[in-house]
Design a protein around this ligand. Sequence first.
Ligand SMILES: *Cc1c(COP(=O)(O)O)cnc(C)c1O
Length: 333
Amino acid sequence: MSHPSPPSATRELRVEYGDVQAARRRLDGVVHRTPVMTSRTFDERVGAQVFFKCENLQRTGAFKIRGGYNAVHQLSPQQKERGVLTYSSGNHAQAIALAGRLLGVDATIVMPENAPEVKLNATRGYGAEVVTYDPEETVREDLGRKLADERGLTLIPPYDHPDVVAGQGTAGDELFEEVGDLDALLVCLGGGGLLSGCALAARHHAPDCTVIGVEPEAGDDGARSFRTSELQSVHNPDTVADGARTPYLGPEVTFPLVLEYVDDIVTVSDDALIRTMHFVWERMKQVIEPTGALAAAALNDGVVEGDGRRIGVIVSGGNVDLERAATLFEKIR
Ligand SMILES: *Cc1c(COP(=O)(O)O)cnc(C)c1O
């Protein structure tokens, strides 16, 4: 090993609302302040006044640039000089690639060799070095750690990191700033970076707001962990919500925050996800990906009742290619 590992074990892992505010300042002028949309048809259907925070319109097509940029920005000059690394086949890869380009930091992204060509190309397009591996033979975490050690790169994980969480929370912060008090906030849930960050914002702006995470039925590790207060896992869940195929909530940062600040975690079926995605495409003219439909689907499918309340919904991303969307829509015809 030619370089010492990053001092992750000694880092301050606590995240507070002040960290979300600090992230807002770092991200100002870098990420989009995404629009908040409403739909009278949706409101009538679910019996609530719903505010959709459209992170599908964020740079790179998902909220992940918020946390990625906030994390890379705060590295030491030496760490920036050496570069960053992450492993992801999804939206976090593009976020770290873009954050690296914007901050002049070399980014290395470990991706499976069978990842969709569009994703490999998009990531390379932001100037990142893509290292591919055979998913049958290699465990990505092992390869990622080995490369990071060999090259002295700092690993930026997709959710279980204080600066990533604080950055993701800025999406919720902007929503509350724009629409004021909310009775409930629904957030798409994978590893819990977005949910725990947005919960911090909710606790600050609207202490009585009910904060609910929504995950796919097949990947219900979060709901079970929440109920039992013990971290549960699901290996490679079979769901169309590919951004939420995370095995467990983050043991260091996100799970403790979820236990402290979140009121409930619910699940939705793939069928409900596709129907909701279809509604949002057709009626609201927004291109959203299956994972991005999680929070809205909880209302649309009646898992969470509207009850005439003011409800915020984070629409987390819009990265899905047209052929895949068409195939999904075929399933519900
Ligand atoms: C990553 C991702 C999620 C899940 O976010 P976590 O912070 O892992 O909970 C949800 N939706 C989209 C579109 C994502 O890319």
